[in-house]
Design a protein around this ligand. Structure first.
Ligand code: NDP
Ligand code: HSE
Length: 445
């Protein structure tokens, strides 16, 4: 029997900025198609935003607009609260209050869930409501649903993704157009990709929030942002982007979650990726996530990871899921982190020293006999195997001073702790003339 005659799901929107505005527009434009899919209408009945005049201009007279988000939560006619304010402050309080009031919650707020997810998911379970967050990772790409439901048969071996559009946009524009970092960042902000605090983007924090959520869903572990290793793109230098290209690699900011026997690697950092991989060719603000499962092999998901309507696409998909399940018993809800709450894993997040990866290492050295032998000797002492060594011509490095050169080493897989020891020993050599640059490399084969 069709559920078409059922009353619509009534939604209250908290924050109608970039994503909230897109959500309102998409729901309005596609309401008929969405009703046919959901089996009932989805209606935004109330909006809270600090800027009431701007919100009224967008939504018109048919929707009640208030400045106090608590009025939305207190409205007994609202079934679902959509939190699109952002941050860990008032957003956390409002989400917990909405849950306590028995409302389902949809949010795009990865910062909130990566840090406070355990508390929020527990509160929702206790209250028998859903917390849906497809928009929180990779914007419009349905990666949460793919990982949680589509790949549910698999043991996930690793997940690696370009999950911050702002930094991918910056890296692409700097490489292709030779533009300065600051100019490209301003453009990303103008286009609505960047976070309210763009430090979250460029220092890797936003990508690490998303990687934290992916790790929890992939392995059934609690969200543990505090244990994630985070490194952004602000210290990346143009010369390393150039050398990487010459060696057949692109540098991408990757969020990585990988299973090892002893625990889970959870890390975000600039990464050399072979140019021939599809993911190395993901440009601009686009996102892509690769997932390797034992049964399915390698899969990849690509699309817009930010922006008004792409993100709204994911918010509305969550609303449809809730509309379909709203009359069902809570036991039939899909667990937010894919695994049943009483079957979560205790596998620890590994410290960065235990992470296994290969490396790109650049050393500015005196162009003298025996320098390379000392360096390879130090690596051998740490059991680190060298994949390739390249020495740039002296005049490429220092035209005015031909007695320096850049040595670039690519290593095979090793533990980061060993590499740290090797770098400390190499740095102490009098023939190593500048701070050593170390970047991680992933073959993603
Ligand atoms: P915006 O800053 O564009 O929108 C936030 C809105 O919330 C603003 O209109 C703001 O009003 C309003 N607001 C702030 N405080 C309150 C409050 N106490 N009560 C009611 N309204 C309030 O942010 P975005 O739309 O870009 O981001 C929203 C969320 O979505 C964030 O969690 C973000 O990380 C996430 N996200 C964003 C993406 C994007 O592409 N932008 C993509 C994926 C996720 P005012 O402007 O007056 O301060
Ligand atoms: N600031 C984020 C980005 C928005 O650039 O990807 C999407 O989460």
């Amino acid at each position: 029997m069709s559920q078409d005659n059922q009353k619509p799901v009534r939604v209250g929107l908290l924050g109608i900025g970039t994503v909230g505005g897109g959500t309102f527009t998409v729901l309005k434009r596609n309401q008929e198609e969405i009703r046919r899919r959901a089996g009932r209408g989805i209606s935004i009945d109330m909006v809270a935003d600090l800027n009431v005049a701007r919100a009224k201009e967008l939504v018109g007279d048919a929707v009640e607009v208030v400045s106090d988000a608590r009025q939305v939560i207190a409205n007994p006619n609202i079934d679902v609260v959509v939190e699109l304010i952002g941050g860990y402050g008032i957003a956390k309080t409002l989400v917990l209050e909405a849950i306590a009031a028995g409302k389902h919650v949809v949010t795009a707020n990865k910062a909130l869930l990566a840090v406070h997810g355990t508390e929020i998911f527990a509160a929702a379970r206790e209250k028998g409501v859903m917390v849906a967050f497809e928009a929180a990772v990779a914007g419009g790409i349905p990666i949460i649903k793919s990982l949680r439901e589509g790949l549910t048969a698999n043991q996930i071996q690793w997940v690696a993704g370009i999950i911050n559009g702002t930094t991918n946009f910056i890296l692409s524009e700097m490489r292709d157009k030779g533009l300065d970092f600051d100019v490209v960042l301003k453009e990303a902000q103008r286009l609505g990709y960047a976070e309210a605090d763009p430090t979250f983007d460029i220092e890797g924090i936003d990508a690490a929030h998303k990687a934290t959520l992916l790790s929890a869903i992939a392995y059934g572990i609690p969200v543990q942002f505090d244990k994630a290793y985070v490194e952004g793109i602000t210290k990346l230098s143009a010369v390393d982007i150039k050398y990487a290209e010459q060696l057949g690699y692109r540098i991408k900011l990757l969020g990585i979650a990988k299973r090892q026997a002893a625990g889970i690697e959870l890390r975000t950092h600039p990464t050399l990726v072979p140019q021939r991989r599809l993911i190395a060719n993901v440009e601009g603000a686009m996102n892509a996530v690769m997932v390797q499962g034992d049964a399915v092999g390698t899969t990849m998901y690509y699309g817009k990871g930010a922006g008004s309507e792409p993100t709204a696409s994911a918010v509305v998909a969550d609303l449809v899921d809730i509309a379909r399940l709203t009359d069902a018993p809570a036991a039939s809800y899909v667990p937010p982190l894919a695994f049943q709450h009483d079957s979560m894993s205790t596998l620890p997040i590994l410290p960065i020293e235990e992470v296994v990866t290969s490396f790109y290492v650049r050393l500015r050295v005196a162009d003298q006999t025996g320098v390379l032998a000392k360096i390879t000797g130090i690596l051998a002492e740490q059991g680190i195997s060298i994949d390739a060594v390249i020495q740039r011509e002296a005049d490429e490095v220092s035209g005015e001073n031909g007695n320096q050169t850049d040595l670039i080493l690519l290593t095979h897989d090793t533990k980061e702790g060993r590499m740290n020891k090797a770098i400390a020993a190499m740095q102490a050599l009098p023939t190593v003339l500048a701070p050593i640059v170390r970047l991680r490399k992933e073959e993603l084969a």
